[in-house]
Design a protein around this ligand. Structure first.
Ligand code: PLP
Length: 399
């Protein structure tokens, strides 16, 4: 499978990669050096929404690479302006700042919220975040993240955050009564790393209301949920509300590193020249790739397809696993699917790999599926069958 040295001794020891390396991809499949084919139900952690080596994205990248990779934000960048127009159109937002990753998109949102607070005369602004969330690995975003494991050892954490349980409106109301310096709330519409937790139907609408009442910015981290993943362009559209700030990354470039922080209303006017920046952010290469992603998704109506395919996969998973005592819950919104077991199940990832199936386990006991939006019905069925077989074998031999 993997022909390199046993250990990547010159890489910092931040990951424990599986013993496989992929040479090329095509749609829903990845191929290793031996030509072995793997069905990808994770697509690079929700990044390759159009699958691997999508011809329209590859062509856009190649064309742009032959003309101009980078010029810097000291000059106008046509592709970046076009991409901002497109994103604002599909998201009903007004302005975009481009970054190179999800964490940086959230950093922009957090800085924006603080500056917004200072503009209102609040000198120690506070931002509400939730338990079980994931917002990134920089110092501010790991502080915002609601997972002690990600924070441990990196203290002192950043000041200026207040934490509430996820999907708990009363906790937010209590904070509202006691904390006059709150300027914003940052939440995921559905948690990704946190285990595909889907809040109550009225959660986002009630948060919107609370933000309006108290003059807070409503900031949504749609880095994993955005770009069609949940069956709408953005997950908050299921709730028929509009955030003040929204962050994107992952599927935006189908694999080229690009993130975005979108804003509307007062939030869109906060940053002025000198407040924030990025050398690479929104360069011609990544902007052209993202434009090709949006164009392809529209032409092939992949957002509606994600909704339809996700509903069908959820139904199939529930039909096969729903009655099992060992299965705590089967949750899904579009092609963001989680099967929570009553026990840790990280080893399922290795077992799936042996079956040439790529899946993920998050929050210790949640099998997470984030397949590409271009799956055929047959490939979706193969994923469901493969995952159900693995889970059934696992819980039966453990019994
Ligand atoms: C992946 C992710 C991030 C961090 O993105 P990076 O590109 O890894 O910095 C932040 N928020 C959510 C919800 C994510 O899924």
């Amino acid at each position: 499978m993997f022909l390199g040295s046993l250990m990547a001794e010159h890489l910092m020891n931040t990951y424990r990669p599986l013993p496989v390396s992929f040479e090329h991809g095509a749609g829903a499949y990845l191929f290793d050096a031996d030509g072995e084919r793997y069905l990808d139900a994770l697509c690079g952690i929700a990044v390759c929404g159009l699958g691997h080596a999508h011809p329209a994205v590859s062509a856009a990248i190649c064309e742009q690479a032959q003309r101009l990779l980078h010029s810097s934000n000291l000059y106008r960048i046509d592709a970046q302006e076009e991409l901002a127009d497109e994103l604002c159109r599909i998201a009903a937002m007004e302005r975009v700042f481009f970054s190179n990753s999800g964490a940086e998109a959230n950093e922009a949102a957090l800085k924006l919220a603080r500056l917004y607070g200072h503009g209102k005369g609040i000198e120690t602004p506070q931002i509400i975040v939730t338990e079980g969330s994931f917002h990134g690995r920089t110092l501010a975003t790991l502080t915002a993240t609601g997972n002690r494991k990600i924070q441990a050892g990196f203290e002192p954490l950043m000041p200026g955050f207040l934490r509430a349980p996820y999907d708990d409106l009363d906790a937010i109301r209590t904070i509202a009564e006691n904390s006059p310096n709150v300027v914003a709330i940052l939440v995921e519409p559905v948690t990704g790393e946190g285990g595909i937790q889907i809040p109550a139907d009225d959660y986002l609408a009630e948060l919107r209301q609370l933000c309006d009442t108290h003059g807070w910015l409503f900031m949504l981290d749609e880095i994993q949920t955005g770009m069609g993943r949940t069956g709408r362009w953005f997950a908050h559209q299921h709730a028929d509300i509009q955030p003040d700030v929204m962050t994107l990354a992952k599927a935006l470039g189908n694999g080229v590193p690009i993130g975005a922080c979108l804003a509307r209303g007062a939030a869109a006017e906060v940053f002025q020249p000198g407040n924030h920046g990025s050398t690479f952010g929104g360069n011609p290469l990544v902007a052209r790739a993202a434009l090709a992603v949006i164009d392809t998704m529209q032409q092939q109506q992949l957002v509606a397809r994600a909704a339809e395919l996700g509903a069908s996969m959820l139904e199939q998973l529930r039909a096969r696993l729903g009655e099992r005592d060992e299965v705590v819950a089967i949750r899904g919104k579009g092609l963001m699917l989680g099967i929570e077991l009553d026990r840790p199940c990280a080893e399922l990832v290795q077992r799936a790999l042996q079956q040439k199936l790529l899946i993920n386990v998050t929050a210790d006991s949640v099998v997470r599926l984030l397949p590409a939006l271009i799956l055929t019905d047959g490939q979706a069925g193969d994923i469901v069958t493969g995952v159900c077989d693995l889970i059934e074998t696992f819980v039966e031999e453990d019994a």
